[in-house]
Design a protein around this ligand. Structure first.
Ligand SMILES: [Zn+2]
Length: 182
């Protein structure tokens, strides 16, 4: 898909500005370069349209002291905000993490976060994938990422990533099968 095709598809459904389109294009290209066999570009575009309603929101500062994050994807509101004054490389990394939350969300799941739980595991896999695409010294969710790394020794990484993007129940089924190895 060319950049023009990408923008035309999104702009036919969403009225996004240039900055939002830039961020979405770059994150989409980074994601398919690494995981294009597991999730297609077309699928990512359709999830962007379904899961993001507004332009990326710039936050000047975090007013809510409970929010320790530098960015957040809100599935209920289908919005994504980013702290504006982050160093460029770190901004791109945080954006990619939030973008992965956005495109791994469906009707019933958001990545590994389901009605049965899994929110912590979801942060672990989201950050694990972010670091695969964009390795950086600044690490988030350390122990949760290590849990995902441990999981890859039991379940093939590709199955874990496929479950993240497509259906977390695939992961739970795999875990059930491998139960005797824990
Ligand atoms: Zn997150």
């Amino acid at each position: 898909m060319t950049r023009i095709e990408f923008e035309e598809k999104i702009l036919s459904k969403r009225n996004f500005n240039k900055k939002t389109l830039d961020l979405l294009w770059n994150a989409t290209q980074d994601t398919i370069k690494k995981f294009g066999k597991i999730i297609s570009e077309e699928e990512i575009v359709s999830r962007i349209i379904n899961n993001l309603r507004k332009n990326i929101i710039d936050k000047k500062e975090i007013i809510d002291r409970d929010v320790q994050s530098s960015g957040r994807y809100n599935l209920n509101e289908k919005t994504l905000w980013m702290l504006k004054k982050l160093p460029k490389e770190y901004y791109d990394k945080v954006f990619l993490h939030e973008f992965l939350h956005c495109i791994s969300s469906g009707e019933r799941y958001s990545g590994f976060a389901t009605e049965f739980g899994g929110a912590g595991l979801n942060e672990g896999i989201t950050e694990y994938l972010t670091q695969k695409i964009r390795p950086m010294d600044v690490k988030s969710y350390g122990i949760l990422v290590e849990i995902i790394e441990a999981l890859t020794t039991i379940i093939p990484e590709e199955k874990i990533i496929s479950a993240y993007f497509n259906d977390p129940l695939e992961l739970f089924d795999e875990l059930e099968e491998k139960r005797d190895q824990f």
